[in-house]
Design a binder for this molecule. Sequence first.
Ligand code: SF4
Length: 449
Amino acid sequence: MSNLIQKYNVPGPRYTSYPTVPFWKNNDLKQEAWIQSIHTNFKFFNSNEISIYIHLPFCESLCTFCGCHKRITKNHAVESPYIDAVIEEWKTYLSVLDFKPVIRELHLGGGTPTFFQPSELKRMLKTIFSMADIHPDEYEFSFEAHPNNTTDEHLQTLFDLGFRRLSLGIQDYSPVVQKAIHRIQSFEQVEKVHRKAKEIGYTSISHDLVFGLPKQHVSDIKYTVAKTLLLMPDRISLYSYAHVPWVKGVGQRGFDENDLPKNEVKRALYEVAKTTLEKAGYLEVGMDHFALAHDSLVIALKNKQLHRNFMGYTTQNTSMMIGLGMSSISDSWFGFAQNEKTVETYIERVNKGEIPVFRGHLLTEEDVTIRRHILDLMCHFETEVTDKTLLVDIQSRLEEMVNDGLVVFEGSIIRIKEAGIPFVRNACMAFDRDLIGKEQREGLFSKTV
Ligand code: SF4
């Protein structure tokens, strides 16, 4: 294993999209082209069902490991104008659609959604819901909850609006690691929010852990997993800390490079957590998620309905994702569009009646094919390549991974073997047209292992 880690631990994408963001071609995507892409989606799929992602960017305190688009402030006067802008953006979307959308999924991400008062969240959601239909039988609403500021009122208000799933950002319980990443939160606080959410009736609670954090040792991850298992959340995300200081700038300067566990040491953190979780009854889903058998993620995996997008693995079952809020990314399957990345520009453009996209990518036919293969590999660890030329091409690119016992070809089916799962991103890279001839990927992506 150690040799393989040395060999395959190279900079590479996490494939939350294909093409990946650094290779998007439409750096000045105009709103007209984006609207056209939405219309293509509805014509092709003949469906008015959508997913919505709403980015709520404010946080009261900076966690130094964070790679999200956020604005740090303790001034809560920012809430109301921001919510007004999200509502305005939604209205603009509705004015360009020629039908009434049916919402199947909605996720509040951040930043810290629970930075906002429950009354502001309620105002935003009630307005959005009043202008669309919600799927009568199958819909899933979820939100990211910061344990330190999620109140009983947040939990009850969102539950009353139809939310049944929340993710609690944990990272690590070790005081040394918490200090290094500037995120101090006690197990007791997490337990309080978790138990209250269960009592109210939430059916899927996720705890988000991170491995590879500064000053994190095997004993820390063991301690964190043991604490987590006291609450047996329905889902556990075990994210690899993506160290990309060239993108995140000041947010990641709170510790030294030497504080980061690397290669085998980092992989050991994952393996220890994985083994412990599996012994406790969790099933591994995709690359970095675990869930109990009753959870919708496991059911989606079994039904081959697992999806991967900018939020990681999801059960998303619509082909259209509308991202509202600053920096949000929308996905029409045929195109990606990202909103303005500062609060001020976002609000300014929305108030002019624009959909505030500033860049994106319109997929070619080849992009769509490659995207499907990469999604299949990331979600189900196998894909079928019926195009003979592509198959030959991929065979030659994956020859070393086959020789190393990580990948197997069964006719036109390419399968990642159990030993190859930690290296699934490397297998996806064989399909990635944008990486051909680009061995120098330092400064674009974090390491794959
Ligand atoms: S980790 Fe979450 S709470 Fe911390 S700065 Fe990032 S978005 Fe804000």
